[in-house]
Design a protein around this ligand. Structure first.
Ligand SMILES: Cc1ncc(C[n+]2csc(CCOP(=O)(O)OP(=O)(O)O)c2C)c(N)n1
Ligand SMILES: [Mg+2]
Length: 565
């Protein structure tokens, strides 16, 4: 244990001589780490700073693994990914102004995506506050509108309580990020004998019988209901249970943007696709023409409703663990519940079924839309057909393979064509943050060693945090990154072509050789020239046991497959 002898009481020479000594002299920084251990945290991600040395010192003798990353954006995205995959807050640690600024993108992601995370930020010493001290910044001013809670440990004896409350706040109700400031001088001080506290359980909301009865009445009156799922907390039995219930009653189940893994895509066959960017026209119509929408863990946001246009005035029930944040348009009933409790409380039988033809057509449309053509496997040209690659990946991926991506057109292919059979198999930012895919894949691989982890990355997205391949190599995280190199920020180029035809501006990229780049990090790197070579390349990448990058050149003229044609 390290002590700041200027601030901690002098320790007796032998703990045996004074058994209470170890307790009394524990610093706030060390107590904070002990509380994280008590909360079950096994891993933290971070870039060090001199502002939180005592916390780093506390990690030295702890059971917690410190994953040292190359950029705070990488660290904080890894924490978000861990939160998404486990339902427990992922933890990141960064230094003051510059470090906090780098981590900001992931806090915004956790905020908009409702994902539990805790960000610790080293701060300047208390006496220096308000003096434009080196790297000083306003923690609450920066994060106040983008976190569920922002606080600073200003009393060393409160360190454990603050950490425990952060876990509860991050996981209860609508999950989200909590930011905790650590003044450099304060965390070195003695915690004054304060001890770890019992971990606080997340608070869960159960739907009342009256709410379920009212929902039953609404379903009784409805002819064309649809269920839309989203958010966190979809355990396997919850997703499967809902899908089976919906299939029995012939109610189609769609998902929110990037919540594709909430219910199984295959049997029992209730899933009809995802709304949001890349959605099919058939699904948008089904949603718009429904007469009752039941949201579970989701709300009618702009992304899900094509910019506040779809199904705005349809009878609507929202079942959510907290207030219907971001909901637009009509709202007839709000049920405070997490998805598991909601599904558990559904009446086993409604005593009726809905239009079997509507249900079957919606399902057929989904199957058609989500089945990739393997035709591109025959192509000989200089570019790789990504749809054919998806056809191969669909066959290669195991049931519990974890898929990650950031943002860009390349993400439309896996979203459309790759199946999710189990929950917690997708990490992708609902706030559209580029640069999440690679750190998310690193975290996924560390949290679930042995599981297959694949990231589909654009050439733009990959190099926003692609340096975390070094972290993957350093910690042994054998993810496979498929880099789609089209020499463009193609998503934005596509918008330009629509709104400013013939005037491309600021959307081209000059790329490295991504396979060589990977090898320079000690990872496996290979360029795949043709789609038909992808399967073997993928198997070689997996067999290498290393983090791997497969580099694919995509025709820059190809646009995202986001139409029903
Ligand atoms: C951090 C961040 N910066 C900028 C954007 C705006 N943006 C959205 S998609 C995109 C282009 C993505 O390029 P790439 O990863 O190469 O994918 P492509 O569209 O070419 O498939 C940009 C710049 C964003 N969503 N996130
Ligand atoms: Mg690109």
């Amino acid at each position: 244990m390290s002590l700041d002898t200027t601030t901690a009481p002098a320790a007796p020479t032998s703990a045996a001589a004074d058994p209470g000594a170890a307790r009394r002299v524990r610093s706030a920084g060390h107590l904070l780490i002990a509380q994280l251990e008590r909360e079950g945290v096994t891993r933290v991600y971070g870039v060090p700073g001199e502002s939180y040395l005592d916390v780093l010192d506390g990690l030295h003798d702890s059971s917690i693994t410190t994953v040292v990353t190359r950029h705070e954006g990488g660290a904080a995205f890894m924490a978000v990914a861990e939160g998404r995959l486990t339902g427990r807050p992922g933890v990141a640690m960064v230094t003051r102004g510059p470090g906090a600024a780098n981590a900001f993108i992931a806090v915004h992601t956790a905020w908009q995506d409702a994902t539990p995370m805790i960000l610790f930020v080293g701060l300047i010493p208390v006496p220096d506050r308000g003096r434009e001290a080196f790297q000083e910044f306003d923690l609450a001013g920066w994060f106040g509108s983008t976190a569920k809670h922002v606080t600073t440990i200003d009393d060393p004896s409160c360190a454990a309580r603050v950490v425990s409350e952060a876990v509860r706040i991050a996981t209860s109700g609508r999950p989200g990020p909590v930011v905790i400031g650590l003044p450099e001088d304060l965390i070195r001080r003695s915690a004054d004998g304060a001890e770890v506290v019992d971990p606080a359980a997340a608070v869960r909301a159960e739907p009342g019988a009256a709410a379920i009865a009212e929902l039953g009445e609404r379903l009784g009156r409805s002819e064309r209901p649809i269920i839309i799922v989203g958010g966190e907390d979809w355990a396997a039995e919850t997703g499967r249970g809902l899908a089976e219930w919906a299939a029995r009653h012939r109610i189609p189940v769609a998902s929110d943007f990037r919540a594709y893994d909430a219910v199984p895509h295959g049997r029992p066959g209730a899933y009809v696709g995802s709304l949001g960017y890349g959605r099919s026209d058939a699904l948008a119509r089904l949603f718009d023409e429904s007469d009752l929408v039941v949201f579970i863990g989701a709300a009618r946001t702009d992304v899900l409703s094509d910019g506040y246009t779809l199904a705005q005035n349809v009878e609507t029930v929202v079942a959510l663990a907290s207030e219907p944040f971001g909901h637009s348009g009509r709202l007839d009933q709000f049920i405070a519940t997490d998805p598991a409790a909601f599904v558990r409380n559904l009446p086993a039988e409604l005593g009726r079924t809905f239009d079997a033809r509507r249900f079957a057509e919606a399902r057929d449309a989904f199957v058609r839309y989500s089945t990739p053509s393997a035709g591109g496997l025959a192509n000989d040209g200089p570019y790789v057909d990504l749809t054919a690659v998806m056809a191969v990946l669909r066959e290669e991926l195991t049931d519990d393979a974890i898929l990650t991506f950031g943002a860009g057109n390349h993400a439309i292919w896996p979203a459309r064509y790759l199946e999710h059979r189990k929950p917690a198999t997708l990490v992708a930012p609902r706030n559209g943050a580029m640069g999440m895919g690679i750190p998310a894949a690193v975290a996924a691989s560390l949290v679930f060693p042995g599981r297959e982890v694949v990231s589909i990355a654009g050439d733009g997205c990959f190099l926003m945090n692609g340096q975390e391949i070094a972290t993957a190599v350093g910690y042994g995280a054998p993810l496979v990154a498929v880099v789609v190199d089209n020499g463009l920020y193609a998503t934005i180029r596509e918008h330009q072509e629509a709104h400013y035809p013939g005037r491309p501006s600021g959307t081209h990229l000059t790329n490295p050789d991504f396979a060589v780049f990977a090898r320079a990090f000690g990872a496996y790197g290979e360029t795949v020239e043709h789609a038909r070579d992808f399967r073997d390349a993928y198997r070689r990448a997996r067999a290498s046991g290393l983090p791997a990058v497969l580099h694919l050149r995509q025709d820059p003229a190809v646009r995202a497959p986001a139409t029903d044609s």
